[in-house]
Write a protein of this length. Sequence first.
Length: 656
Amino acid sequence: MSLYKSLKRSATALCLLTLMLSQAFAQNNYYDWDKNRTWAKDVTEQDESLIMLKNHVQYDFEYDQNNLVVYKTDHRIYRVNNDEAVQRVNRIYIPLNDAIDIVAVKARTITKDGRVIELDQNNIKEVKDDEAGPGYKIFAIEGAEVGADIEYFYTKKAGASVFGRQYFQYGFPVAASSFRFTSPANLKFEFKSYNGFPMVVQDEGEMIKNTYIASAENLAPSRVEEFGSEQANRQRVEFKLSYNAAAGDKRLFTWNDAASRISSTIYPFSGTEKQALADLIKELKLKRLKTAIEKFAAVEHHVKNNFYMDDQATEGADQVDFILKNKYGTERGYTRLFAALAEVLELNYEMVLTSDRTKVRFDGQFESWNYLSDYLLYFEDTDQYMAPYFFQFRLGLWPPQFSATEGLFIKNQLFEGRSAPTGSIKKIPEMPYDTNLNQLLVKVSFNEDLSENTIDVRRSSEGYEGSFIKGTLSRANAEQKEEFLKQLLEFIGPNEEFFEMAYEGDDLDYNTWTDYLTYKGKFKTENFIEQAGDIILFKAGDLIGQQSELYQETARFNRVENDFNRGYLRKIEVDIPKGYTIQNPQDIDMDFEVEDKGKKVFIFKSTHEISGDKLLITIDEYYDQIYFPIERFEEFRKVINAAADWNKVVLVMQPN
């Protein structure tokens, strides 16, 4: 079981125990559509193949014999304007995960000429999941055709979760969205809308139960944009249970509650677990290492090089001694292992929970445990993070999607002689660009008849790119390493035959993991030269490999979001053929810089020098800010495109 599922299940169980204080009577909620609806003639025609005319989402929380359940209804109407759109929505899937019962299913097609074709309930099929999961129900929309309205709704009864997330924006326009949420009078939920969706408000006219509503019209499609996070930018609503009047006015499911609940799933560590770690430390002969943090790094490296992940495993795979014996474990297991290691080595650390900011950005102002999906460990004394179950990273380097965002930091504090976990919201920083450098050194010479170049390339990577490569190399055999080396070098010479290839710095150990990894090679090629009579056209731009282009023709919808800060330093040395002069060296020089709050955050600068018969080129490029406002998108775009434009530089070499 994943850490997130374990946490969510324990929260729901705690909630149900509390809710049993209420003796509210269980009742069913039913939803139905407009029986007399006709084809929507007044829909504004849009140049879209698929339009959602209606998207209604409804949650009805009720008691069923003192257990809290939810009736969730999804009601959608699509206008399909071509065959592709028909194929996209003419088959409906109802997932059965968490389902107790499917209360209602209806579907119909309304054609332009007014025909109404309703779903035959006998055509609803149930399909079991291949992995013995709950599966889903499936049915085809009957009579679907271009220009028709396809409509369906279903209501599913499920065990209630006290946290929820509902999206309202999709890859097509939505004409009308509505959200309705009801709960027993004693249960007070809180809501927060994101990315422009209207605020959820309480319907004060309802007295018997709490009713919350929101609606929106004409939602634009979500956009897939380079240097952006489509999923994180979608309009959505988060909700959580915050009060139960039947149990007093205490606020429920706070960050401190989460800290206690999480700690109970990780701690304590048994004597056999601690002894297994002590035995491993002894086996690895770590007494030679001076500090506890070095010993931690050495054990981490050993485990991540020799063990593997199996998050479907059961039967003890979250126990430290089991993992060390069998060399596999779950996400929760590896989190427990490294937390236990930190305790055995008496390190000062905090547990951190956060979320992938490219999917949903952690919001410390809204106490939804849905944000608590992934774990890090933070070592305060050395100001380092580590990712327990991400095997391509080592201490001091953690997944970039968990940086430049917030997290819940959990620390065990002593109160009256007893240890108690407390939670606080802090920012998880991003790494500066100069810790994620890619350095390139290229030397170029010409053969005697000037028809061919010898290219000597040397590329070095540290930080994230280096770690991604090292993570692959650490588990590869000699043949796989050689093939991977060729793939790494092909950025400059696709399909070329390298007559020299080698790694440097591939002696992977805990204390060299963040050092530069270098891969180098030599090849001969005619692909950089074109001859026009006695003039040589030399494709210098191709020496840096293909670059990202950001020639966006439509308006930008979202701010810039970089994966991580990074830098590129390139030095190119070209032997100028004897008796030739470069006619356009000025084409090499470019200078694009962007400042924000007095700091240079994005740079592309290329310069040249001619020294005797050598052309020396230096290119400095870096990106040192994760987020950048949409209002200044053009400035960012110019820096990105500068690299792509340099990629097109062709030097004209002419006889003297």
